[in-house]
Design a protein around this ligand. Structure first.
Ligand SMILES: [Fe+2]
Length: 214
């Protein structure tokens, strides 16, 4: 069915094109639980991922379940909002039921001088990243990096399309423990190295939101 825009106010500015991103502050007990559950005994998946980082440890089921329990509503809300936007509101989420299909979750353990090259996530519709730990003293490195016109140290960068008037092609995220971002799996992203000794720990999940008639 065609997406037809119908104004609902005397003045509107809207963004029908390009990917939508989501941000949620994670509950502190999820951050604590995931950090406490991180173990080097978990299966290391890094050989099949692009990251030039020390370890990428797969989530066992209890961790997938904990993350889904705490963040599932936000992931489903992303799906509903993006579906509303893509149809100019011609989408009745109250007539549907939603389920998460999580293909994988994993910790990313990045230490000084390591990085994650430009990549996308495959075999899923949605991806996400949550920040669990940062090296002590990285704020000093960032204060120094801020003196440069283009700070990047330890930042996540998303890129999509081509720069054009009134539409940017990329932006940076400075990680903060407890922050969680949702993005479509096809969005290119990379993480820059940092110099402060210590661990920048995050986790990601690949998933799809499956909808059915209520
Ligand atoms: Fe990634």
């Amino acid at each position: 069915m065609s997406a037809i825009f119908t104004p609902s106010a005397d003045k509107e500015f809207f963004t029908p094109f390009g990917p939508m991103l989501g941000y949620v502050r994670m509950p502190p007990n999820l951050v604590e639980y995931l950090n406490a559950s991180m173990s080097e005994q978990l299966e290391d998946h890094s050989a099949s991922l692009v990251g030039k980082v020390r370890q990428e440890l797969l989530f066992p089921k209890p961790l997938v379940d904990a993350a889904a329990g705490a963040l599932g509503n936000a992931l489903i809300e992303y799906h509903i909002r993006a579906s509303h936007r893509g149809t100019f509101g011609d989408y009745d989420h109250t007539a549907k039921r939603y389920e998460l299909n999580i293909m994988a979750g994993w910790f990313v353990r990045q230490f000084e001088n390591e990085y994650n090259p430009l990549h996308i996530h495959t075999g899923c519709a949605l991806s996400c990243v949550g920040y669990l730990r940062l090296p002590e003293g990285i704020d000093d490195e960032w204060a120094e990096d801020d003196k440069d016109h283009h700070p990047t140290h330890g930042h996540l960068q998303f890129a999509h399309g081509t720069d054009s008037h009134y539409s940017v092609s990329n932006f940076m995220i400075r990680p903060r423990v407890g922050d969680f971002y949702i993005f479509p799996s096809y969005m290119f992203h990379s993480v820059y190295p940092f110099k402060t000794p210590g661990e920048r720990r995050s986790f990601s999940m690949n998933l799809s939101v499956v909808e059915s008639e209520a």
